[in-house]
Ligand binder design. Structure first.
Ligand SMILES: *Cc1c(COP(=O)(O)O)cnc(C)c1O
Length: 369
């Protein structure tokens, strides 16, 4: 069998160890996963009942247009219904965009390190990938502009950026968009929008859609809304652009359960506000820990924090794993001496920080020997 050559350069997504396996291996009663930026508070309590009611309809295909959800999201975001595209997670919207715009004759520009799915999908499409290193955790927008040429069909801006947690400021984004050629699609991945949107200089990207035909914004129900398992996210763009992209979308790509859950979750903004507040308190706990121990970190506008321990991330990861906490090692994220930790509940953060304190202490003692 001859698969596309470029596939041989990719490895399939490596999920972390399942919780049950970690329990068995290290003989632990309790294992907490703070590795994938899932919402530690779950989702809105109203979602459960809605899903239960929807069980009656399992034999029926979902509405391929996601009409009901579309209406609600359009209203919530403040755009026309025709300005939305739904995906099986925003991951799938990324895949759809890549299928529609990339080929071997094109290139795509992105930051590094950033969310890996841009690169992954671009490799599959055979496009040339131009990665521009972050500068102090932020997108180097000028560097990215220099990397763009006539064959660049997509430029990716992850804001806030995963794994650094920092966002592109309004004025910088405007200056950037002005200079990007109209033939290049600017994708703003706002997976952590709900955590960052209240910042004064966080760009209201939806308001730029009128002026920029070549702009697309990605949002998801997986993070703040707590619906990661149901796989639903969406893109916001101009109608003319979406019409061109839509044929690359599978007809029934989002499930009934996901559409219904997202619809109900969207109505419960009090839940989102409460998660955001508690997340901010959690971030403060980590900031205090970092300051106390002189560890460097990026101020985060998401529900995770990247902390530099000045040691191999894998070592910190392993220390935590053996004590019942799964995090993401920076070795896999392009920050080899850091770990990325999802902000948990107050109790989880307290436990995590006390373990991290223990780790920092042990490392200090070792280096004295
Ligand atoms: C989690 C994440 C996504 C993907 O979310 P899904 O909607 O679950 O596919 C996209 N972009 C970034 C930056 C993320 O962190």
């Amino acid at each position: 069998m001859k698969v596309k050559e470029q596939l041989l350069t990719l490895s399939p997504y490596k999920p972390g160890k399942p919780i049950e396996e970690v329990k068995r291996q290290y003989n632990l009663d309790k294992v907490v996963k703070l590795a994938s930026n899932e919402n530690p508070y779950g989702c809105s309590a109203q979602v459960k009942a809605a899903i239960h009611a929807e069980i009656e309809n399992m034999a029926l295909y979902p509405d391929g247009y996601a009409g009901e959800l579309r209406e609600a999201v359009a209203k919530h975001v403040g755009v026309k219904q025709e300005q939305l595209i739904f995906g099986n997670g925003s991951d799938e919207v990324i895949q759809i965009i890549c299928r529609a715009l990339l080929s071997e004759e094109t290139n795509t520009v992105m930051a590094t390190p950033t969310f890996p799915q841009y690169r992954h999908n671009a490799v599959i499409e055979g496009a040339e990938i131009r990665e521009v290193p972050l500068r102090n955790g932020d997108h180097d927008l000028n560097g990215m502009l220099q990397a763009i040429d006539e064959q660049t069909t997509i430029v990716w801006v992850c804001s806030p950026n995963n794994p650094t947690g920092t966002y592109v400021k309004r004025e910088e984004l405007i200056a950037f968009m002005k200079k990007v050629p109209k033939t290049t699609l600017i994708v703003m991945d706002e997976a952590y929008y709900e955590y960052a949107a209240s910042e004064k200089d966080f760009p209201d990207t939806v308001s730029f859609l009128n002026e920029y035909e070549n702009l697309m914004i990605l949002r998801t129900f997986s993070k703040a809304y707590g619906l990661a398992s149901l796989r639903i996210g969406y893109g916001i763009a101009n109608e003319s652009l979406l019409q061109k992209i839509e044929p690359a979308r599978e007809p029934f790509n989002t499930s009934r359960m996901a559409q219904k859950a997202a619809l109900v979750a969207l109505q419960d903004q009090a839940f989102i506000a409460s998660c955001k507040k508690q997340n901010e308190d959690g971030l403060k706990q980590y900031y205090a820990f970092c300051k106390k121990n002189n560890l460097s970190y990026y101020p985060s506008y998401t529900n995770f924090i990247l902390i530099d321990f000045g040691r191999q991330g894998d070592e910190v990861f392993q220390f935590l794993l053996e004590r019942g906490f799964i995090v993401r090692s920076g070795n896999a994220l392009g920050f080899p001496t850091s770990v990325r930790i999802t902000i948990g509940t107050k109790e989880q953060n307290d436990e995590m920080i006390s373990l991290l304190q223990q780790y920092v202490g042990e490392v200090k003692n070792k280096s004295l020997v």
